[in-house]
Design a protein around this ligand. Structure first.
Ligand code: DQA
Length: 158
């Protein structure tokens, strides 16, 4: 099973930006931890980061033929982007929204996520560990999807 991890604007600055909020860990380190979990659990994982809304929309769209699940931190675009929300609605595969910080404990403009209602679920506020929780969630969901498909295939045709 293949999972694509999509990282939005300024997440390439992790480890440098607002360490009091996001901590000292760099994006590459978060990704190598995710890679470790993926290897142990037979998941193929691919990482993508962009500061550009349209590139994020393009990468989500490509997942239609390319991936079984998505983990996405749309960062600031979570609160503003109808385009990213519409792309998520279009792909119809399990998608976990991730935030490092607890967006509900921060400024009011961060309390609304436009993408949350079209994602399978949201994980917010566990620091970089949010990504690990998202890997556990997506692998569980994809195993359930696979088991369901297999049992449907075994049903005798009417
Ligand atoms: C963030 C929260 C957003 O509000 C913010 O714009 C980010 C990071 C998080 O992971 O906590 O860039 O998505």
């Amino acid at each position: 099973m293949k999972v694509v991890v999509i990282q939005g604007p300024n997440l390439n600055m992790l480890g440098i930006r607002e360490q009091n909020i996001y901590g000292p860990m760099k994006l590459e380190d978060i990704h190598s931890q995710m890679e470790g979990y993926a290897k142990q659990n037979g998941i193929e994982v691919e990482f993508f980061q962009s500061n550009l809304e349209g590139e994020i929309v393009d990468r989500i769209q490509e997942c239609i033929d390319d991936a079984e699940g998505i983990i996405i931190n749309p960062a600031a675009y979570s609160h503003t982007s109808i385009a990213i929300r519409d792309a998520i609605s279009a792909v119809r595969i399990p998608i976990i929204e991730v935030h490092i910080s607890n967006i509900y404990a921060r400024e009011e403009f961060r309390h609304t996520s436009l993408v949350a209602p079209v994602c399978t679920g949201q994980i917010s506020g566990f620091g970089p560990f949010s990504y690990h929780l998202a890997m556990i969630a997506i692998s569980q969901i994809l195993s359930e999807v696979r088991a369901m498909k297999e049992s449907q295939n075994k049903q005798p045709a009417e």
